[in-house]
Ligand binder design. Structure first.
Ligand SMILES: Cc1cc2nc3c(=O)[nH]c(=O)nc-3n(C[C@H](O)[C@H](O)[C@H](O)COP(=O)(O)OP(=O)(O)OC[C@H]3O[C@@H](n4cnc5c(N)ncnc54)[C@H](O)[C@@H]3O)c2cc1C
Length: 312
């Protein structure tokens, strides 16, 4: 089967590109290696600017209906007393909110499917041969292999996983690398409209109420600090990082005192902040693989959505 565009990855960047292209009548295929719903290392906060674009893409109502409470205040939870400030409204008066990535990415992919995109899931893209009249993309699933062809290939596969594709990043191992961790909690005592930034030796993180009464806690920690806390707490990485956060941030300790972990901790990394090529080796790139900010600014979803839409 031949398409106008094949998109590798069904995160916010890939779904945004697929929705925009399908909305213009293009024949689009999305190849996603994971079955959805799937959880992801991400703080899950979406600034209000996302909502306008999601409306344009036809997914705004579904996202609003599922998202957690409006975030009207931010706070800093470090070693001393917590400090708070109001969150500015976006033009139009909206506030940002959080939605679990298991839900958000499923909603976006369903919208892309409804728009006419062909979805290959769970299929992994293992090779791209671009540059000729039509690009050939080889995908694999459960021992089966297929080749799809298209005029254009768009890499939206994120930046954290290694792999054989020309658009994927090489492995790196530096002392200053940051690793990401994330978990959901239930029963936390944090005001519904408050999003605290957590600052602790060697890293930072954040907490926000997402959908279905889940509190999302995500953080990044430097490689050398991670090694130290693993030694200190003699625990697996995520548990050691969590103990380090609780020991370093008294306000986080209070908020999470009666909370229960909901599901497993997730880990990813090293994360790869930086601006990279948006087109190289005859492959367009959107989302994290084209450019990634430090998660502290919580704009990665917005950048992914906007870059997919802009490319389309
Ligand atoms: C700790 C942490 C906290 C964060 N918090 C926030 C936050 O609160 N708000 C915010 O806006 N951003 C946040 N971010 C950033 C945000 O998670 C990313 O910027 C965003 O997920 C990028 O979207 P994407 O679509 O480019 O890639 P991804 O979301 O990574 O999606 C890529 C998709 O491609 C698929 N894929 C990969 N390889 C293949 C392949 N070979 N074949 C088929 N499919 C493939 C993957 O399975 C995945 O579904 C955070 C990041 C970290 C590390």
């Amino acid at each position: 089967m031949s398409y106008d565009a094949i998109i590798i990855g069904a995160g916010p960047a890939g779904c945004s590109a697929a929705l925009a292209l399908a909305g213009m009548g293009r024949r689009v295929a999305i190849v996603e290696q994971s079955l959805f719903p799937r959880k992801k290392v991400c703080g899950e906060y979406m600034s209000a600017v996302n909502l306008d674009l999601l409306d344009r893409l036809g997914a705004g109502a579904a996202v609003r209906a599922r998202a957690g409470p409006s975030v009207r205040r931010v706070a800093l939870f470090a070693s001393g007393p917590a400090v708070e400030a109001g969150m500015p409204r976006a033009p139009g008066g909206a506030f940002g909110c959080a939605l679990g990535r298991d839900v958000l990415d499923s909603v976006l992919l369903q919208a892309a499917t409804d728009s006419g995109a062909a979805v290959f899931q769970p299929w992994r893209t293992v090779d791209v041969c671009a540059g000729g009249a039509a690009a050939a993309v080889r995908i694999e699933s459960a021992g089966e292999s297929r080749v799809l062809t298209a005029d254009v290939v768009i890499a939206a596969h994120g930046s954290w996983a290694r792999g054989p594709l020309p658009s994927q990043l090489e492995r790196q191992n530096r002392r200053q690398d940051f690793f990401g961790f994330k978990a959901h909690f239930r029963g936390a005592s944090l005001a519904a409209d408050l999003m605290p930034l957590l600052v602790f030796p060697g890293g930072y993180g954040g907490m926000v109420w997402a959908d279905q009464g889940r509190l999302s806690l995500s953080c990044c920690i430097r490689r050398d600090a991670l090694a130290q806390v693993r030694d200190l707490y003699n625990a697996p990485a995520a548990q050691a990082v969590f103990a380090h956060i609780l020991a370093s941030c008294p306000a986080a300790r209070i908020a999470l005192g009666g909370a229960a972990l909901d599901g497993a901790w997730l880990a990813a990394g090293p994360i790869r902040p930086g601006v990279r090529a948006s087109y190289a080796a005859d492959i367009f790139r959107v989302g994290n693989i084209a450019g990634e900010c430090h998660p502290i600014i919580a704009e990665g979803i917005a950048m992914a959505l906007q870059s997919g839409w802009l490319l389309a």
